[in-house]
Design a protein around this ligand. Structure first.
Ligand SMILES: Cc1cc2nc3c(=O)[nH]c(=O)nc-3n(C[C@H](O)[C@H](O)[C@H](O)COP(=O)(O)O)c2cc1C
Length: 179
């Protein structure tokens, strides 16, 4: 089920330099933990978000292929970095720089996922907003796989990995954090 809350992109809240939003999920992406900053930014209480799918805070401006890439990386036991736009319970938008990792048991099997989110760079948000709008158009016209293919072609042409692209955008942002 997708978010149906109304939103106004201008109605935004911003992470501070010391904000650290964390959450954990099971293998299906159902939330099993969220810290106090997760409560503050998502606008949902623990009672409301525990055991709900993480698309609870999905923003309609995020292309589907971005999450396809996330789940493809996790299936390969790789960590994933991304600028993610979220929509909270009150309809407020907030951008984060997320790092999502698998957790293992003693047999080396993946048992859960963990996400750590920090204040994103201004450059990263502005660049990704443009990329995501383009991807949304592609998806509308040709479907999600065409969006994934567009990203893979872009990376190939620019001889850069997804991780490098995201981490560079976060670190290069000389003008500082997004506000
Ligand atoms: C640990 C973890 C954290 C996640 N955090 C978010 C998040 O903050 N916002 C979000 O929209 N999706 C997040 N997702 C992805 C969602 O599970 C889901 O794939 C996404 O919201 C797209 O939902 P949909 O397939 O219903 O469109 C997270 C997934 C994992 C495994």
């Amino acid at each position: 089920m997708h978010t149906t809350r109304a939103f106004d992109l201008q109605d935004e809240i911003f992470l501070a330099d010391d904000t650290l939003i964390t959450s954990k999920t099971d293998l299906q992406g159902r939330i099993t933990y969220g810290n106090q900053d997760f409560v503050a930014f998502s606008g949902f209480s623990e009672k409301e978000f525990l055991h709900k799918p993480h698309n609870l805070i999905r923003h309609p401006i995020m292309p589907r292929c971005a999450f396809k890439l996330l789940w493809d990386f996790l299936a390969l036991k790789l960590e994933f970095f991304a600028f993610v736009c979220n929509l909270n319970k009150q309809g407020k938008t907030y951008w984060v720089f997320a790092n999502i990792t698998p957790s293992y048991n003693e047999k080396g099997e993946v048992i859960s996922y963990y996400s750590v989110r920090r204040r994103p760079s201004k450059k990263g948000v502005e660049t990704c907003l443009g990329i995501y709008q383009k991807l949304l158009e592609i998806e509308k016209e040709k479907g999600m796989e065409a969006g994934v293919q567009f990203v893979l072609n872009f990376l190939e042409q620019n001889k850069i990995s997804w991780d490098e692209l995201m981490i560079n955008l976060q670190n290069e942002g000389k003008e500082g954090g997004y506000r």
